[in-house]
Design a protein around this ligand. Structure first.
Ligand code: SF4
Ligand code: SF4
Ligand code: SF4
Ligand code: FES
Length: 944
């Protein structure tokens, strides 16, 4: 266990109204009932030696080095497994105990290689520490025990090794895999001196069910399970707390450093979103930050067929500014715009939208949330009054019924999934609404009570049918609704959902879900106790994405499942800072804090502070920017940290729009797909190279800490500032904390936020202001943010994207654990060992009908385009549905997706595309053109 972590109390914290007072080595200590003697001792400042205990795991009681004497009790009980009792008198240090502990350690050491000086965890090994603490001076059994040096190391995992010769069989890894991660990949195999840890059925770690979360490595007290970076680099010498730059869980980490180099990332025990746990991405997949593909020099070119020229920062910024002004002079003020990034910090995102509104003089700013959770913003604002999730992640531990809709947290939000699985193992019920059989449906020691395997595109029909059951069977929480909701909207809604056409029976043909299953699931949600809904892009990325979000909110309000622990409506945000980028005013119609640009009071506050006049008209959304580019009225774009060519739908349309523009400025750490259409390239900085904050899916604002200098010379916020100044709009921030101070001053929900506050509290959930100085974990407690909760009618409208004879299958898309979004980061790490290419999942019936065999190349064609992937034949998808991920640019998943989008927000309908699939022998025409263009662009940038 790593020494740089805070105190290890040996056993987990207990919460109880009953307090117990006892005496330990003459000191009085009072602790909650259920606390172990070991933990109470640590609280009293007395450290009892331990090997098999650690405070992230339940006590196991196997190593016997933590024995104590308790007055009036026979023998020597293990302090880790003995709960405190009132009046107990404990002695932790007696000569008898010292003898026993030394004896135990002699046994351990007689069976352990004595190579401390060359051991990778020398100086950070609990076995070594305990040997020192107990005063081990000799080993009477000799050192020639069965030291197992002949055992081969398992080095199959790219990130850690398993050296069985050093294993003391403390079981911590096995328990970490079970309790912390919930994967159950490890067991203890063999007996006595021969017992060792085994992954799977004695497979290598890579062949087993292990998902490389690293919880076992963190829990191991010896060098048995060790990070390969530690083996290579030795122990770290300093550390800093920061936040993961991957998904919306927002795990907190200790970046353990040697000079400016990361030795390892250790999930931070006090991190409120992750409590010391992480997934393979955050813990291990950070090598991209120093990858050779990093672009570290600013570059410019006149045309995208010209070679890139490396220039100074000054020249690149000057060129970008002069081009933007030239374009505005020629095509008008509104002919340029910017795209903010959900991977950048709040401060950076805020600056980009400020640059657009204040320096460009228009509201043409948008963000990638357009293509993921914009319907969440719209739908929750309409119904509840605030466009963010209602809970903390910890709230799931109070849920009795968990309904997961259109999300696969096991792959996309893994640390939260581990917590959810823990709750499921404790007995909470599970309803999964998903067209695929994902890992969420069934896993180690849990299984969904109901899996509503709907046809893609029929979410709204499902939610209305569930509402029908709840209303017509009298399951509405009348008191809650009467007190908290708008009754007019409620009665209109009940009248609507009660109609026979919304019944599960009537909807069965549409949704494909048997009516009695849907009825049973609806009853379980309404009557099973605290019911919480978690949803993802399978809800939002539809033509009726916003309608579905409102349908979810309706259901939660009608059943009284909002405003306390264990319930709520919880969007699982995809990227690390997608919540923050929305909060920071990245949408064309909203200033920071979701205030409409047409609101003259809000505008006046920003105008006074920014010293400009703001345009009251909303600007262009991303798809409108593309259309305007093709019309010849939108000619310049500043794109920070987003890869719209890969991530936005209908790639060929996006590429044509970008090709039509006269100046595209891309700021990124790699020459991404969008940069291949750019005229100015500004090197970006990774999360390790800047200060700032990220906001996770719980509205939790956490610090991002600069642990190494910006590799290209500037952090991203500094580059935006340089560009603003070059455009003649002064920005003079010396540190991101000053940007946050400005955000706080201008945003009512952030009035109380500052770097100082975040550092004091560890993190803070907005709203954080005069009314909630320490933030707001649970929202809508006494009343909804909008006053009365508003029900909205959710009429199911089938999507225009229909299956036809020509396109008889529905393609839906999703993510995989080891890769992240467009893959720009994870593809440049060893994570490719788990997923090196996107594949098409197809049901055996559909495959047989087409003569497709496992691993065959298959062509996938929609009305937008065609691409080719290898086939995976699986019953995880239902007949009529095919599925792929979108992590590799050459896959061209978005060549297939169409320009259909959500009616309210333009969020693309990624989850429903009518396609045909057929066996093929070569790449598609688009792929061949991509390969040519890609090669040409890499040559123009002189990148291998
Ligand atoms: S890395 Fe995680 S999943 Fe793999 S064995 Fe260890 S704890 Fe289990
Ligand atoms: S591998 Fe480490 S944690 Fe697991 S039993 Fe061996 S010593 Fe304990
Ligand atoms: S990717 Fe998500 S779950 Fe994994 S460590 Fe990062 S924030 Fe945590
Ligand atoms: S620490 Fe208590 S028995 Fe191992």
């Amino acid at each position: 266990m790593n020494k740089l972590n805070d105190t290890d109390f040996g056993t987990p914290e207990r919460v109880s109204d009953t307090q117990i007072t006892l005496e330990i080595d003459g000191m009085t200590v009072t602790v909650p009932a259920g606390t172990s003697v070991m933990r109470a001792s640590t609280i009293a400042g007395v450290n009892v030696p331990k090997l098999c205990a650690t405070d992230s795991l339940e006590a196991f009681g196997s190593c016997r080095v933590c024995l104590v004497e308790i007055e009036g009790r026979k023998g020597y009980p293990a302090s880790c497994t003995t709960p405190v009792e009132n009046g107990m008198k404990v002695k932790t240090q007696t000569s008898k105990l010292a003898d026993i502990r030394r004896g135990m350690m002699e046994l351990y050491i007689s069976d352990h290689p004595l190579d401390c000086l060359t051991c990778p965890t020398n100086g950070n090994c609990e076995l070594q520490d305990v040997a020192g603490i107990v005063g081990l001076r000799e080993v009477r059994y000799g050192y020639k025990g069965k030291n197992h040096l002949e055992l081969k190391k398992d080095e199959s995992n790219p990130y850690f090794t398993y050296d069985a010769s050093k294993c003391i069989v403390c079981n911590r890894c096995v328990r970490a895999c079970e309790e912390t991660q919930g994967t159950f990949a490890l067991t203890i195999d063999g007996r006595g001196f021969d017992s060792r840890v085994a992954a799977g059925q004695n497979d290598s770690f890579m062949e087993s069910d292990c998902v490389s979360c690293g919880a076992c490595v963190q829990a191991c007290p010896t060098a048995t399970l060790t990070e390969k970076t530690v083996i290579m680099m030795g122990q770290a010498e300093h550390s800093a707390i920061t936040t993961c730059a991957y998904c919306g869980v927002g795990c907190s980490f200790k970046a353990e450093m040697k000079g400016n180099e990361v030795v390892r990332m250790v999930p931070y025990k006090d991190g409120k979103a992750n409590h010391g746990h992480s997934c393979v991405k955050g813990r291990f997949a950070w090598g991209y930050a120093t990858h050779k593909d990093r672009m570290l020099k600013p570059m410019i070119r006149k045309k995208i067929t010209d070679p890139w020229q490396e220039v100074s920062w000054e020249e690149a910024i000057g060129y970008a500014a002069s081009e933007f002004r030239r374009i505005q002079a020629k095509y008008g003020k509104d002919s340029i715009g910017g795209i903010t990034s959900s991977r950048c910090t709040n401060e950076e995102t805020y600056l980009v939208q400020k640059l657009v509104r204040a320096a460009f003089g228009n509201n043409n700013v948008d963000t990638c949330a357009r293509v993921c959770h914009s319907p969440t913003g719209y739908g929750l604002k309409q119904t509840l009054g605030e466009s963010a999730g209602t809970q903390t992640f910890d709230s799931v531990m109070h849920a009795d019924v968990i309904m997961v809709i259109g999300a696969n947290p096991v792959a996309a939000h893994p640390v939260f999934a581990s917590q959810m699985k823990r709750r499921l193992r404790q007995g909470a019920k599970l309803i999964v609404v998903d067209p695929r059989t994902t890992e969420m449906v069934k896993g180690a020691h849990y299984e969904a009570d109901y899996h509503l395997k709907l046809k893609p595109g029929t979410n709204v029909a499902v939610i209305s049918a569930m509402a029908h059951v709840i209303v017509t069977e009298g399951l509405v929480k009348e008191d809650f609704v009467k007190e908290r909701c708008d009754m007019q909207s409620f009665s209109e809604w009940t009248a609507f959902v009660s109609r026979p056409e919304n019944s599960p029976e009537a909807m069965e043909a549409v949704t494909g879900i048997p009516a009695d299953t849907l009825r049973a699931a609806a009853r379980m949600y309404a009557t099973g106790g605290n019911a919480a809904i978690y949803y993802g892009l399978g809800v939002t990325e539809h033509a009726q994405g916003s309608t579905m979000v409102m349908g979810i909110a309706n259901l939660a309000m009608a059943t009284g499942n909002v405003g306390r622990e264990g319930v709520g409506v919880n969007p699982l945000r995809g990227q690390n800072n997608v919540q923050g980028s929305c909060d920071m005013g990245s949408f064309p119609h909203e200033l920071p804090g979701y205030r409409h640009i047409s609101d003259s009071t809000a505008r006046a506050e920003f105008e006074a502070r920014w010293n400009v006049t703001l345009n009251p008209e909303p600007g262009l959304r991303i798809p409108n920017m593309f259309d305007a580019a093709l019309d010849g009225s939108f000619m310049g774009l500043y794109c920070q940290g987003e890869d719209i060519v890969q991530s936005d739908p209908d790639t060929q349309h996006v590429a044509s729009a970008l090709s039509a523009m006269e100046c595209i400025v891309v700021q990124d750490i790699f020459l991404n797909e969008t940069a291949k259409y750019a005229h100015v390239f500004l090197p970006g900085s990774s999360f390790l190279e800047k200060d700032g904050t990220f906001t996770n899916a719980e509205r939790r604002i956490s610090r991002v800490t600069k642990v190494m200098p910006a590799k290209a010379g500037y952090s991203d916020w500094e580059v935006t500032q340089l560009l603003a100044n070059a455009l003649g709009y002064p920005m003079q921030y010396k540190h991101p904390s000053e940007i946050m101070d400005e955000i706080a001053a201008l945003t009512p929900t952030f009035h109380g936020v500052s770097f100082k506050k975040i550092e004091q509290l560890g993190s803070v959930q907005w709203p954080c202001n005069e009314n909630a100085p320490e933030g707001t974990p649970i929202m809508h407690i006494d009343q909804f943010v909008r006053g009365k909760g508003r029900f909205i009618i959710t009429q199911y409208v089938p999507t225009d994207e229909k299956v036809t004879k020509r396109f008889p299958l529905i393609l839906t898309t999703g993510r995989i654990l080891s890769q992240y979004n467009v893959g720009a980061q994870t593809r440049r790490t060893e994570n490719v060992r788990w997923h090196s290419a996107d594949r098409l999942e197809i049901h055996p019936h559909d495959a047989a009908e087409r003569g497709i065999r496992q691993d065959d190349w298959v062509g996938i064609e929609s009305r937008s385009g065609q691409t080719v992937l290898r086939a995976t034949i699986t019953e995880n998808v239902q007949p009529g549905v095919v599925y792929t991920t979108f992590h590799f640019p050459e896959s061209g998943a978005n060549v297939i997706t169409t320009d259909n989008s959500d009616w309210a927000t333009n969020c693309p309908e990624y989850k429903v595309t009518a396609v045909q699939v057929m066996p093929v022998t070569q790449h598609s025409e688009w792929q061949r053109e991509y390969e040519r263009f890609n090669k040409q662009q890499l040559e123009l940038a002189k990148v291998d």
